[in-house]
Design a protein around this ligand. Structure first.
Ligand SMILES: Cc1cc2nc3c(=O)[nH]c(=O)nc-3n(C[C@H](O)[C@H](O)[C@H](O)COP(=O)(O)OP(=O)(O)OC[C@H]3O[C@@H](n4cnc5c(N)ncnc54)[C@H](O)[C@@H]3O)c2cc1C
Length: 323
């Protein structure tokens, strides 16, 4: 029995999300009375793989095959399923990001496994297997009973604190059958956006709504995001108006994100907006209306005019950074 955790890499490097997955899986394996095994696919250097050991993983399987050069959910899900079956995995853990969301259902079908997506905490119990997850934009908690032998879990980013638990992992090269690696899809080229922090990857997001009044008022919001090494976002009407680009729009019809900190300036907190940001760890709302629904979703609130509050926050962060 084991817990298999698939650890994606970005240009052969891991991120904080990778370490969150390791921390979660090691604890899940403890609950199940078994070991967690990290699975890496692609050409990740040994030095990078060793970094996973800091969070308690003792065994790493590395699939580094020349036929796998680009992410292909069909091939990757076959590889993960084959390895999970070979290791008698009781649970398979993935990130609840684009890659994880494309892999988890395929693995679930292959292994006849129940699936819980976007969980943000360890199971309440493992026998029976019961996990909780936030639903309806975070306004309710669903208790999910998973009754199959094997469970597939996707973990929301920033939902689980890192716990250092240094181990010296054994790295093994894992072989998979060539048949598993053949693909019907040929990915010719991947063009990546460079030089800009992607919204989904940002730990801090500063976001503006219609309460910002005009696109000319965005400068302090952008400056605050830059000072905090974060990204900028907006509500849908703002991008519909063309005040900000569509790729910044968060919510039901936009990007779904879970940063550590989401600062919402002049955003009312409509359900459709909250659907994209409610799994943020901390939400700070700035709004002139003390009864705006965003305050119900926020841990911290400032009742005030965003055009006055944001410049003050910028100054405060500058002072903090210079001291
Ligand atoms: C099918 C459907 C899908 C949708 N999908 C999305 C989605 O994905 N994302 C999304 O965001 N919306 C979505 N919407 C729209 C959503 O319902 C809301 O209309 C929208 O989120 C409101 O945007 P807002 O909060 O910026 O604007 P408003 O609702 O106009 O709120 C502006 C807020 O700013 C405050 N304010 C005013 N002046 C100031 C000031 N000077 N300083 C500070 N605060 C101030 C106001 O008190 C108010 O709370 C969707 C709607 C539908 C029907």
């Amino acid at each position: 029995m084991s817990v298999i955790v698939y650890i994606e890499h970005w240009d052969n490097k891991f991120k904080k999300l990778s370490f969150e997955l390791i921390t979660y899986s090691v604890k899940l394996a403890d609950m199940l009375g078994t070991e967690a095994i990290a699975l890496s696919i692609g050409n990740v250097p040994e030095q990078e793989l060793q970094k996973l050991g800091k969070y308690g993983i003792k065994r790493i399987l590395s699939v580094d095959n020349e036929s796998i050069t680009k992410f292909d959910s069909q091939v990757y899900s076959r590889v993960i399923s084959e390895i999970a079956a070979g290791e008698s995995a009781k649970a398979i853990v993935l990130a609840n990001n684009n890659a994880g969301k494309s892999l988890a259902p395929r693995i679930s079908v292959r292994l006849q496994a129940a699936i819980a997506s976007g969980v943000n905490q360890l199971p309440e119990s493992v026998s029976p297997f019961v996990v909780n997850k936030r639903v309806f934009s975070g306004s309710a908690l669903a208790r999910i009973h998973l009754t199959s032998e094997i469970t597939v879990i996707t973990l929301s980013q920033n939902s689980f604190d890192l716990v250092e638990n240094p181990a010296e992992p054994v790295i093994e090269s894992a072989n998979v059958s060539l048949e598993q690696l053949s693909s019907k899809i040929e990915i010719k080229d991947i063009q990546k956006q460079t030089g800009k922090l992607l919204l989904q990857d940002a730990e801090v997001v500063v976001s503006g709504g219609r309460g910002m009044k005009t696109p000319d008022n965005w400068a302090p919001l952008v400056e605050l995001a830059e000072l905090l090494n974060g990204a900028t976002a907006c509500s849908r009407p703002v991008s519909d108006e063309g005040w900000r680009p569509h790729e910044e729009h968060t919510g039901q019809t936009g990007k779904i994100i879970s940063p550590n900190l989401y600062i919402a300036a002049g955003i009312s907190g409509a359900t459709q907006h909250l659907a994209g940001i409610s799994s943020s760890k901390y939400i700070v709302a700035i709004n002139t209306d003390k009864d705006a629904p965003i305050f119900d979703a926020a841990q911290y609130g400032i009742v005030g005019d965003a055009s006055k509050v944001l410049p003050k926050l910028v100054e405060a962060v500058k002072v903090m950074k210079s001291s």
